[in-house]
Design a binder for this molecule. Structure first.
Ligand SMILES: CC(C)(COP(=O)(O)OP(=O)(O)OC[C@H]1O[C@@H](n2cnc3c(N)ncnc32)[C@H](O)[C@@H]1OP(=O)(O)O)[C@@H](O)C(=O)NCCC(=O)NCCS
Length: 250
């Protein structure tokens, strides 16, 4: 989705129609006053986890990331940020729990570098992935470890000038799908192929073992800003993306 348009979110509570997928992008480097406000919304577990980070920059990114997550989810559930409760699916995918789950909001989150993406749907499975594009001198070796044989064939045929971007396109699309399914690394990464050659729209091309599975999902490439690439995998095809920029007032 080259040249995505990210707009400031309207103030106040937000509705999420079934045919929209809302994606928020946020900086994980807020000013100290905003960080303190976000930290005040975290649960005891989240604070304990924050306290275990050895490096300040990691602790700040975690606190900001979880605080922003609570602020965004609060706008869709109508509950205060600190009142939101989570549970984990069978492979650790976080979901809203208890009273927070009543609105049917599903979400998924990804962090990389200084940014996070938060993707939300109404009662559809969703996965999102964000990556900072880095030079990948060992990209071919890593691809051989993680990509499927058809994906490796495409990757090996690409020129040096497009290979790093293509690597992260493929990586984010595969991650978005395994995060949507929620199985994490228990799903073999060569069980499915994604489209990622330059100019090719994001798509699951085939899923081995269950060919109908590929049709169940729609993928979208996200352009979260210079130097980053992102991808979404969403159940069904009858939806459109709405892209919001988080800001401290929101
Ligand atoms: C969590 C996982 C699914 C993604 O991790 P990641 O890419 O390092 O991190 P991201 O920032 O994209 O996502 C982290 C978030 O995903 C969510 N998450 C955790 N487990 C999840 C699961 N099983 N399914 C979906 N989402 C999950 C959480 O909200 C987590 O946020 P937190 O760190 O605040 O708890 C990880 O277990 C995983 O499977 N990594 C795969 C790495 C890999 O080899 N990929 C190859 C791609 S080709």
């Amino acid at each position: 989705m080259a040249g995505d348009v990210w707009v400031p979110a309207p103030a106040g509570p937000l509705a999420l129609p079934h045919d929209e997928v809302h994606v928020w992008r946020a900086s994980l480097r807020p000013p100290p006053s905003v960080l303190a406000r976000l930290e005040a919304t975290l649960s005891a577990d989240e604070r304990a986890r924050a306290a275990r980070f050895r490096f300040d920059e990691h602790r700040i990114a975690f606190v900001a990331g979880r605080g922003v997550q609570r602020g965004i989810l609060s706008r869709y559930t109508g509950l205060p940020p600190a009142a939101l409760a989570y549970r984990e699916g069978s492979h650790g995918k976080p979901e809203l729990d208890g009273a927070s789950a009543g609105a049917g909001i599903r979400f998924n989150v990804s962090n990389s570098g200084d940014f996070a993406l938060y993707a939300l749907t109404l009662r559809r499975e969703i996965g999102v992935d964000l990556e900072l594009i880095k030079p990948m001198p060992d990209g071919i070796d890593i691809a051989q470890r993680f990509f499927s044989a058809p994906e490796n064939e495409v990757f090996a045929g690409l020129g040096d000038d497009v290979r790093d971007l293509a690597f992260f396109r493929c990586w984010t699309r595969k991650e978005a799908y395994i995060k949507a399914v929620g199985e994490g690394l228990s799903m073999p990464l060569d069980r499915f192929d994604v489209a990622f050659a330059p100019g090719e729209p994001a798509r699951i091309l085939r899923t081995r073992g269950n060919p109908a599975e590929a049709e169940r999902w729609t993928m979208l490439s996200l352009d979260p800003g210079s130097g980053y690439v992102g991808a979404l995998a969403v159940e069904g095809g009858d939806w459109r993306p709405v892209l919001f920029d988080w800001d401290a007032a929101g």
